[in-house]
Design a protein. Structure first.
Length: 587
C-alpha cells in the first residue's frame, strides 16, 4: 500500500513560479489524520499555494533527499539551534509531503517551504515523540479507514461494507477473528526506516501501542514500520470474537496516552456478504464499496433543551427547536455521516472520539457530502406548524429555527437576557409532513413522520460530577420503540496561543433502546475523554452529558423522491430527535 500518493489530495493547475505561501489555518498536519503535532520519523503534509510545480512529483529512490522538484521543507527550532530539513516524499503545487527525521528533537519549530529559491511565510509546528494518524479510504482523515483483511497468505481484501471488487482489489467487511492490517504514520522515531526503508522492529511493547475497537483495547501482533516504505507504519491485529458488528465500527490507535483520529471499519457476522445498516440495503452498500455513490435524503425535526449552570444565578434551560433537511451524494468516505444516528455505533455499543488540535480540527467531521438542490424551500405541517417554510441556505441544505433560543428560570431583570419562561414550544407529539415542490436536482416529494412523546430523564438532577474511573447510569421513562443516544463531551484548552489555541476534546455516544429505561456508560468509555477544566463562561472548556431520543426510521419515516436527472433517491429518512443536555464535570 503506497501511503504517499493516497495522501496527495490537493492537485491544482500550474500558475507559474511565485512566492510559496502556507495556508493560514492548519497548514501542517499528520499525513494520515491531518492533526497538529508531528511525530519523530513520521510523514506530514504542508498545504498552501505555489509550494512546487504542477503535477505530482514523487520520490522514487532511497535514501530520500531533502529536495524534490526544487522544493524543500525546513524546520527551525524556536528556542534556537540547528535547523532540521525534512526528507521529501512528494510534491504538488499546493501540497507537499515530507518525512520528519527521527533525530529531530521534541519541541516547537518554525516551518518554511522553499521553492525555486523563494521562501514562504513560517508556520509554528510542534514535534512530538508519537502521534499516530490512521489513513482513511478517501484520504480525508475521517470516515472509512484504509484497512486490509487477511483471508490467507494470498487472499487479501480491502475493508468495505459489502463484498465485491474495486479495481484489482477484492473488498469485504471484516469478520470476528480475522487478521487485519491498519495503515498510518506516527508511531515514533525509527532512524533505520528514514535512511534505508528498513525497520527496527515491533514497537507494540516499547511504545505501548493498542488498537481500540469500540470500547475494547486490542494488543497488536505487530506495530512498526512497513519495510520499504520510510515513515509508513502498519499495525497488524486480530479482531476479537465479540467485535461489535456494523457498517461503522469505530477504530482508533493509542500510542502511550496519545490517541489517533477515530475512523470506522465495516464488520459483519461470519457468512454475511455485507454489514447491517438500519436504512441501506446490501445492494446499496455494495455500490458504495465498489467505488460508487448513493443519493440520500435526511429530514429531521429536532428539539434540544440544554441546562447550563451560571455562577450566582443557578441553573437555566436553553431551549431550541429546528427543522433540518439535506439531499446529498455520499461515497465511502462520508457514508457514516448519513442520518442522525445512522453513522453511530450499533444498539448496545459506544463510540469514542478524542481530538487534539485547533477549533477547526476538533470540529471537523467526515468529508462533507455533495449537497443537492430540492428547491427554494421545504414546507412543514403538523401540530403547531402550518405551511411553515424551511428555507434553503447557502450550502443547499435546509434549516429553520422553529423557536428562538430562550432562557427559562432566570429573573427577568438580568440585563441582556430574555425574561423567565423561554419560548413557546412548536414540536409536539403527533403527525408531521415535510414536502418540497422540487428543484434543480430533486423532484417533488412528501415525507411523513409520527413524532412520539418525549422520554423523561428521571435522574437528571443527580448527575453532575462524573467520575471517569467509575461509571454513570442515566435512567428514563417513556420513549416508545425508539432509539436513545447517551452521550457526553469534555474539552479544555491544552496549549497554543490566545489567538490560535489548541484544544483537547473527547466525545462519546452510546446507543440503546428506549424501552431499556437506563444505560450504564462504563469506565472503559469515560476514561477515554479528558477531565473537565474551565467552563463555557471563562472560555477554558466545555463539558456536557445528555440523552437524545431518536425515532427509528425503519419503524416509519422512510421516503423517496424523483431525481431530475432520472431515477430516484436511493433512500430518504425523516426522523424526530428530542433530547436534554446538561453541564457536568468529568473528574
Amino acid at each position: 500500500m503506497k501511503l504517499y500518493l493516497t495522501l496527495a489530495t490537493f492537485l491544482f493547475a500550474a500558475t507559474g513560479w511565485a512566492q510559496p505561501v502556507l495556508r493560514a489555518t492548519n497548514p501542517v498536519g499528520n499525513a494520515g489524520s491531518y492533526a497538529t503535532g508531528i511525530a519523530q520519523g513520521s510523514i506530514f503534509v504542508v498545504i498552501g499555494t505555489n509550494l512546487a510545480g504542477a503535477g505530482v512529483v514523487q520520490n522514487t529512490a532511497l535514501p530520500i533527499k531533502t529536495s524534490l522538484g526544487n522544493a524543500s521543507i525546513r524546520l527551525t527550532p524556536v528556542s534556537g539551534g540547528a535547523a532540521v530539513d525534512a526528507l521529501m516524499i512528494y510534491t504538488t503545487q499546493n501540497q507537499l509531503a515530507g518525512l520528519l527525521p527521527s533525530t529531530a528533537a521534541v519541541g516547537d519549530y518554525n516551518l518554511t517551504v522553499t521553492y525555486n529559491g523563494a521562501t514562504s511565510n513560517a508556520a509554528r509546528v510542534s514535534v512530538v515523540a508519537a502521534g499516530f494518524g490512521i489513513v482513511s479510504a478517501d484520504s480525508s482523515g475521517t470516515g472509512q479507514a484504509q484497512a486490509q483483511e487477511y483471508r490467507s497468505a494470498t487472499a487479501i481484501d480491502l475493508n468495505r461494507p459489502a463484498s465485491g471488487t474495486l479495481g484489482s482489489f477484492t473488498v469485504a467487511p471484516a469478520r470476528p477473528g480475522q487478521v487485519m492490517v491498519l495503515w498510518g504514520t506516527g508511531l515514533g522515531a525509527d532512524a533505520q526506516s528514514d535512511s534505508t526503508g528498513g525497520t527496527s522492529g515491533d514497537k507494540t511493547a516499547s511504545s505501548n501501542v493498542r488498537v481500540t475497537i469500540g470500547s475494547q483495547d486490542i494488543v497488536p501482533v505487530y506495530a512498526g514500520r512497513s519495510s520499504g516504505l520510510p515513515g509508513t507504519d502498519q499495525i497488524n491485529f486480530t479482531l476479537p470474537a465479540n467485535v461489535p458488528l456494523g457498517c461503522f465500527t469505530p477504530i482508533s490507535v493509542k500510542v502511550g496516552t496519545a490517541v489517533s483520529n477515530v475512523l470506522t471499519i465495516a464488520t459483519a457476522a461470519n457468512g454475511a456478504n455485507a454489514c447491517t445498516h438500519p436504512s441501506l440495503t446490501e445492494t446499496q452498500l455494495s455500490k458504495v464499496s465498489q467505488g460508487g455513490t448513493l443519493t440520500l435524503g435526511t429530514l429531521t425535526l429536532t428539539k434540544q433543551t440544554i441546562s447550563v449552570a451560571i455562577p450566582g444565578f443557578g441553573t437555566t434551560d436553553v431551549a431550541t427547536e429546528a427543522a433540518i433537511g439535506n439531499f446529498a451524494s455520499y461515497g465511502i468516505g462520508n457514508l457514516n455521516s448519513f442520518g442522525s444516528t445512522q453513522g453511530a455505533s450499533g444498539i448496545g455499543q459506544c463510540i469514542v472520539s478524542r481530538k487534539l488540535g485547533t477549533q477547526d480540527q476538533v470540529l471537523a467531521a467526515s468529508l462533507p457530502p455533495t449537497l443537492l438542490d430540492a428547491g427554494a424551500q421545504l414546507t412543514l405541517n403538523g401540530p403547531n406548524a402550518s405551511n411553515t417554510a424551511v428555507p434553503r441556505i447557502a450550502d443547499k441544505s435546509y434549516n429553520k429555527a422553529l423557536t428562538t433560543p430562550g432562557l427559562g428560570g432566570l429573573p427577568s431583570g438580568i440585563p441582556g437576557l430574555p425574561g423567565a419562561g423561554g419560548p413557546t414550544a412548536v414540536i409536539a407529539a403527533g403527525s408531521y409532513t415535510m414536502s418540497g415542490t422540487g428543484g434543480a436536482d430533486i423532484g417533488a416529494f412528501t415525507a411523513r413522520l409520527t413524532m412520539p412523546s418525549p422520554l423523561t430523564w428521571t435522574n437528571k438532577a443527580t448527575i453532575s460530577d462524573i467520575t471517569r474511573s467509575g461509571s454513570v447510569t442515566p435512567t428514563w421513562t417513556g420513549g416508545g420503540n425508539n432509539i436513545v443516544a447517551v452521550y457526553g463531551i469534555s474539552g479544555a484548552r491544552a496549549g497554543g496561543t490566545t489567538t490560535a489555541p489548541i484544544y483537547d476534546t473527547g466525545f462519546f455516544v452510546c446507543l440503546t433502546n428506549a424501552g431499556a429505561g437506563s444505560y450504564t456508560v462504563p469506565s472503559s468509555i469515560l476514561t477515554q475523554i479528558p477531565a473537565s477544566t474551565g467552563s463555557l463562561l471563562d472560555g477554558g472548556g466545555i463539558s456536557f452529558f445528555g440523552l437524545q431520543m431518536v425515532t427509528d426510521p425503519s419503524q416509519g419515516g422512510i421516503f423517496t423522491a424523483p431525481l431530475t436527472a432520472g431515477g430516484s433517491l436511493d433512500t430518504g429518512i425523516f426522523v424526530g430527535s428530542i433530547g436534554e443536555l446538561k453541564s457536568v464535570n468529568y473528574r
